[in-house]
Design a binder for this molecule. Structure first.
Ligand code: CDP
Ligand code: CDP
Length: 214
């Protein structure tokens, strides 16, 4: 089983870098944030009170989650037979996702699905707790970072409404698998690097560990 874990706060470059890295290595790409967003979207659709962990946990009993790796070598998720791709970056999801992700039962559900994906093929997986909680045994751990100002600017340049400082605070302070740097992770500050500069820096470090591009 080979998993390259890419963690870090919002807009540190995880998605773009992980996708490119996976392409260079011939690995599949898994975006775990999409899964937490999909659960959040589904709960909101059903009018669930996202401020109550008890209510969320009860709602999970009627949440059917199917996830896998698609033909494009990227992860997908269907939730209660819907594929909410377009809605996952809506303002309402941005505002509620950190509350939902803090609930241990939600984390247990998604983490077990993420672990199952790694049985089939080598992965680049991005998120908040991939190196600390989902695959703590992987030797390939990276933590991407950038200053809060640069990260907020990047999100605004994408045109979305996303108060990332609020999410980062909740994600870092929750009890269950908070965002933190794994002691054995390599930290890459992306503030002043291009996206390909980040990918090349990670590939250089992976080469030293015996993993090379195709
Ligand atoms: O793209 P961005 O970094 O803004 O967010 P994302 O990766 O789509 O993740 C959205 C939210 O899901 C995060 O703010 C966390 O609350 C949660 N998440 C998590 O708790 N654990 C993960 N492994 C991935 C995401
Ligand atoms: O997944 P995450 O939220 O960590 O970040 P992302 O969605 O990959 O990147 C957020 C935005 O910052 C994207 O528009 C990237 O193109 C941009 N970015 C950049 O311009 N330079 C970097 N070194 C990293 C990200």
């Amino acid at each position: 089983m080979t998993v390259i874990a890419i963690d870090g706060p919002a807009a540190s470059g995880k998605s773009t870098v992980s996708r490119r890295l996976a392409q260079r290595l011939g690995f599949a790409y898994v975006n775990s944030g999409t899964m937490y967003r999909a659960v959040t979207w589904d709960l909101l659709q059903r009018g669930t009170d996202t401020a109550s962990a008890v209510v969320i946990e009860a709602a999970l009993a009627s949440t059917d989650v199917v996830c896998g790796i698609g033909k494009n070598r990227e992860s997908f998720i269907r939730i209660n037979n819907s594929n909410p791709d377009e809605a996952l970056r809506d303002r309402s999801v941005n505002r509620h996702v950190s509350l939902v992700s803090a609930v241990p039962a939600v984390r247990a559900l998604i983490s077990s699905r993420l672990r199952a994906l790694a049985q089939d093929c080598p992965l680049v997986m991005e998120g908040r707790d991939i190196g600390t909680a989902v695959f703590p045994e992987t030797p390939y751990k990276f933590y991407l970072d950038a200053s809060p100002e640069i990260r907020q600017q990047r999100r605004e340049a994408e045109g979305g409404a996303d108060q990332i400082a609020d999410r980062d605070k909740l994600d870092s302070s929750r009890k269950a698998a908070p965002l933190k740097i794994a002691p054995d992770a390599r930290v890459v500050d992306t503030s002043h690097l291009t996206l390909d500069g980040v990918v090349d820096a990670i590939l250089d470090l992976l080469r030293q560990s015996g993993i090379a591009p195709k």
